[in-house]
Design a protein around this ligand. Sequence first.
Ligand SMILES: [Cu+2]
Length: 144
Amino acid sequence: MTIVQSKRITMSRILIQGALVLVALFGAITTAAAGQDAATKAVYHFTAQPMAVKAGAPATFTVQIMGPDMRPVTGAKVSATRVDMGPDGMAEMTGKIVPAGSADPSRYAFSTTLSMPGRWAVTIEAQIPGEAAPVRGQVILEAK
Ligand SMILES: [Cu+2]
């Protein structure tokens, strides 16, 4: 009776130790990933202007990209790869989006027709001078 009990205690101790090792390992892995991310990826912020457009009609808006130095990015090659109603739970509802002309070198213009009132996510890919890989971002447009 006592032997069985002590065996059980040993087993649960091993299980607890194993779990702690897993937690420690997982912690180390996530920290390493976060550290790598911070070292290689600069943070860019994407904003749209205007943020609200008319539903059912061609609308033009511009995107501005703020760099890690909080200055607008100029001279980037920016494309809008997708526009969908994901923010309102309709990711399968997509629209057509094309580049438009912009006189301001820090504003990248696009034209789209948002068929339904609600929030639309525009996925943007930017080739930014000095960045090895394209930077992806998203802006939300509200169609009214
Ligand atoms: Cu919709």
